[in-house]
Design a binder for this molecule. Structure first.
Ligand code: FES
Ligand code: FES
Length: 944
């Protein structure tokens, strides 16, 4: 366990504090109360130590203090006088004399093992993980799995699902990964796709040099703090702002809505844009910004909330869907009658008639709550004005969308805004929307000085989007032999005060609420409803995980009612290449759901037998159950243009510049897109120089969301690679079957016995500065949906099925997941290690959604009360990769990011019913809810 050593004491003052960092003597000056994490990062520039909460909850700041792991955010600098501190930057050189490591640095071994296992995704937790693991292995070089989960139990990871981290730590002592890592970065030309390559940006993530939003600060940068509404709804009145600035030395300016040079309005979907940078007169949710204070960092930090001259008049909020939909309810936005932002609709066949005729019907209602993204990296960045242009360097999933919105806010052309994405410490949809960017832009624009903003954990939680709470009602029917006949689905999504991704959720869910099955008669109606709560937005799956919770449990009930095995029921009804989806689309190829379900069959039968035997023979309160759930997910935007453009250039030195603007948020797009491009061109990976996600140097590759980057940007990279190959062959006058060999000063083209040498140094450069430039755009072929939602919403779907084995303590109401087996049709596994990482991370988030995660606005706005799974919560995950190639995707590939999270929660909830016969209608299945349901059932059974 990572534990704080002492709380900071209450005295301040300026002192000299001598200690050692990574073997170097340091004398720090300043307050001994300053957090060690801050001292390391801000004073010593050791930004490898990350800060995710400043409260001892996330472990991202873990360092070694005299060899023991501590949370540096809870250690006062004054407490390390005379001590030895090791940070991730010093890990590789930290010597360890233990025999198991043959005198090698345990830290270095761990870093290599993390790379080989794909244990770092976004990398925000990685330094903390490495430090905690180092402390363990130095004391116990041959730990067991429980030793490892104990050691890293205080370090949270939101991306990986911990399994690869655990494997990397267990393996570190015994395997030499150095040669494996080197080899895996350089497969021969044409052999990159399908290989378990180490991620290209991996080294930065394990050695602490990766730069996230808070890790770089321009000299003389001012700090910015947003003033946010503390009430669910309030009118507000500013006092004398000029006097406030005058009376607070170090404060340079206050900005409000009046200072927005362009439009005080932004939104991820232009037609629905409604969110102000600063609220005007009335704040519509708790956490909404009304002003920003800018000044020297010390002055801004010293401000108390009460110092700022604003008074609040609390107003009655519309606190839930019911009050927002009530007849005569006040409108949150005047132009949205009934407080309905948007409706979604997909209708096929005659659902009422089919339900009437069905041998069996089942009805159900399910409700889910807000879910917090809990990225380990809180939002951060800085902006600066460069002449008549503005640059923002910040964490984001969508640089070009940011650029458009910031340009509109500043009232300037988009070309005058440059977005430079930093590394993103987890996104999952939350960093698609603007966060720090508009505040920074306005301040830097007016002040002509660099301005920096770093959200605290609480600020991140109260002000960024969440997963939509859903209230779903559904009725399904099947024939007596288990053929699905009809599904009638209706859902309201609480979209909060502003639109964000509400329209996308409303549109996507009706297309997906059937699950990956043939449902001939279907009606799915959705509404996104405004309330005075924080905006709900994109979160891995865009509403589909909520719908799957309802629909997959309903299908279990139908299977039970007709006496069919629940997996066989799904296999019987699975979509195939020739059956129409609920939008009438016939995919023709690449429908791998049946293969996923069948891959589970043997394991399902064995697990069910074992669980039944266990529950039968086990005295006491433990019961076991097994559940299954299927999923499908359309890759990319729903019936909307969705292009990515990739540019590659052949340089005079024989290297290849790959301009790809897809932001890698940990999922591995930097690596996967390079693998695809390399094989399309026929060049080795090591020849590539990657230029990623900067609006000044990369074309628009769209947002990193909706499982679109492998498919869309990957396809554009494939096309650009093939195009460059054709151009080289043409230049050499060779046939299309010739092979190309890239050398440092030229290209050899071999065509049978003929060999052509292109001496690159002699060739002229084009407008991009390359010998040859190739640029390709891909936009997946879709069609608009008609008034009944019929059409082609997506060119490609990913499919999958999860099986969960669980154990329930019927006295405590606790649920322990013992194993998840996850079969996914990924079309073509471009990099199996990275795909497994997505699956394991998705399982972890699905587990959290099923059993523990619910955010209540105004309560638990930290990572202490809002619980996400830690290492000890995650069971072994067995990934089964099915490759039913997409005719559209690059090398047949489909997306996996969103897909991975969807079936876990319904599989767990189905297992809960299998174990104890209970269906919870309100999710998550927290111990109190499970126990209450058990007691109610006992009472109903006459046993309570
Ligand atoms: S525990 Fe220190 S930053 Fe989270
Ligand atoms: S890799 Fe652990 S938080 Fe992203």
């Amino acid at each position: 366990m990572v534990a704080p050593i002492l709380e900071p004491r209450a005295e301040a003052g300026d002192h000299s504090i001598a200690f050692c960092v990574n073997g170097r003597a340091v004398v720090a000056h300043g307050s001994p109360l300053q957090r060690l994490s801050r001292m390391l990062r801000e004073e010593l520039g050791l930004t490898g130590t990350k800060v995710g909460c400043d409260a001892g909850d996330c472990g991202a700041c873990t360092v070694l203090l005299d060899g023991d792991p501590v949370c540096a955010c809870l250690v006062a600098t004054g407490q390390v006088e005379g001590c030895e501190i090791t940070t991730v930057e010093g890990l590789a050189s930290r010597s360890f004399p233990g025999e198991s490591f043959s005198g090698e640095s345990v830290g270095l071994k761990l870093q290599q093992s993390f790379l080989a296992h794909g244990a770092a995704q976004c990398g925000a937790c990685t330094p903390g993980m490495l430090m905690a693991a180092t402390a363990l292995l130095e004391k116990n070089p041959t730990p067991g799995e429980s030793d490892v989960t104990d050691a890293i139990g205080g370090v949270l990871c939101r991306c990986t699902g911990y399994r690869k981290i655990i494997a990397a730590i267990l393996d570190a002592a015994f395997t030499d990964h150095r040669s494996a890592n080197a080899a895996s970065i350089s497969p021969p030309a044409g052999a990159a796709v399908g290989r378990r390559l180490v991620r290209l940006d991996g080294k930065r993530k394990v050695d602490g040099t990766e730069k996230f939003g808070a890790d770089e600060t321009p000299a003389q940068a001012l700090a910015l703090r947003a003033i946010r509404c503390p009430h669910p709804r309030a009118r507000f009145y500013f006092g004398d702002l000029a006097a406030f600035v005058r009376d607070h030395p170090g404060i340079e300016a206050v900005f409000t809505a009046k200072d927005v040079p362009g439009k005080n309005c932004y939104g991820v979907i232009v037609a629905f844009a409604d969110q102000p940078v600063f609220a005007e007169e009335e704040a519509r949710y708790r956490g909404e910004a009304v002003a920003a204070v800018v000044g020297e960092a010390a002055a801004v930090e010293a401000l108390e909330a009460a110092d700022f001259p604003v008074s609040w008049e609390q107003l009655a909020p519309l606190a839930d869907i019911d009050s927002a939909l009530a007849r005569g309810a006040r409108l949150i936005h005047e132009n949205r009658p009934g407080n309905i932002l948007v409706r979604g609709r997909v209708v096929r066949g005659d659902v009422d008639k089919a339900l009437e005729a069905a041998a069996v019907t089942v009805e159900a209602e399910y409700e889910t709550g807000f879910v917090e993204h809990a990225c380990i990296e809180p939002e951060a960045g800085f902006a600066r004005r460069v002449g008549d242009r503005l640059e923002i360097q910040a964490c984001t999933q969508s640089p070009y969308m940011d650029r458009s919105d910031i340009a509109a806010i500043l009232g300037i052309a988009p070309e005058r805004v440059r977005i430079i994405p930093t590394a993103v410490g987890g996104g999952f949809g939350s960093k698609l929307d603007l966060s720090v960017q508009p505040f920074l832009a306005i301040a830097a624009w007016h002040l002509r000085k660099p301005v920096r903003m770093v959200y605290s954990r609480t600020e991140s939680i109260v002000s960024t989007t969440k997963r939509h709470p859903a209230r779903m009602r559904l009725r399904g029917g099947c024939s007596k032999d288990g053929k699905l006949l009809a599904l009638d689905f209706a859902a309201d999504f609480n979209t909060g005060a502003y639109s964000s991704w509400g329209p996308t959720v409303s549109a996507r869910v009706p297309v997906h609420a059937s699950g990956p099955y043939y449902v001939p008669h279907y009606r799915a109606l959705t509404r996104a409803v405004h309330t005075n709560l924080l905006p709900a937005g994109a979160f891995r799956g865009f509403g589909v995980p909520q719908a799957a919770i309802a629909q997959e449990q309903l299908y279990d009930e139908l299977a039970d009612r007709v006496g069919m095995d629940r997996l066989e029921f799904r296999i019987l009804n699975a979509l195939n290449d020739h059956t129409p989806t609920v939008t009438g689309q016939v995919l023709g190829a690449g429908v791998g759901i049946r293969a996923c379900l069948e891959a589970l069959r043997q394991k399902w039968q064995a697990a069910r037998r074992e669980a039944a035997e266990y529950s039968l023979n086990k005295a006491g309160s433990l019961r076991r159950g097994v559940g299954v759930a299927g999923m499908w997910y359309g890759c990319g935007n729903t019936s909307l243009a969705n292009p990515s453009t990739v540019r590659i250039g052949l340089k005079r030195d024989g290297r290849i510049a790959l301009h790809q603007g897809a932001v890698d948020i940990g999922q591995g797009s930097n690596t996967i897109i390079t693998q695809i491009c390399a094989d399309a061109l026929g060049a080795p990976m090591e020849r590539f120089d990657l230029l990623s996600g900067d609006t000044a140097i990369t074309p628009d590759c769209g947002k990193t969301s909706a499982s679109r980057q492998t498919l869309v940007t990957g396809k554009a990279a494939q096309m650009a690679g093939e195009q460059l190959r054709r151009a080289i062959l043409k230049l050499a006058g060779a046939c299309t079957c010739a092979s190309i060999h890239f050398e440092d000063d030229g290209v050899d083209v071999r065509d049978g016995d003929n060999s052509h040498r292109l001496a690159l140094g002699n060739l002229p450069l084009d407008e991009h500065g390359y010998v040859i430039t190739s640029e390709a755009t891909f936009d997946p072929p879709t069609s608009p949906l008609d008034e009944n939602g019929q059409g082609v919403p997506y060119a490609v779907y990913g499919f999958g099925a999860h099986m969960a084995e669980i154990e329930v303590d019927t006295e405590l109401g606790t649920v322990r997941v013992l194993k998840v087996t996850a079969a996914h049709d990924v079309g073509r596994a471009i990099n199996p290690t990275l795909i497994e990482g997505q699956i394991e991370g998705g399982v972890a988030q699905g587990l959290g959604m099923a059993l523990m995660e619910e955010f209540f606005p105004g309560r638990g706005e930290n990572l202490h009360d809002y619980l996400i799974p830690s290492a000890g919560d995650i069971p072994p995950v067995e990934s089964i990769l099915i490759e039913d190639p997409s005719p559209v995707g690059p090398f047949g590939a489909k997306g996996i990011g969103e897909q991975a999270v969807i079936p876990t929660a319904p599989a767990i909830l189905n297992a809960l019913h299998d174990a104890i016969g209970i269906r919870l209608r309100r999710i998550p299945a927290t111990p109190d809810r499970v126990r209450a349901a058990i007691l109610a059932k006992r009472k109903g059974d006459g046993r309570g």
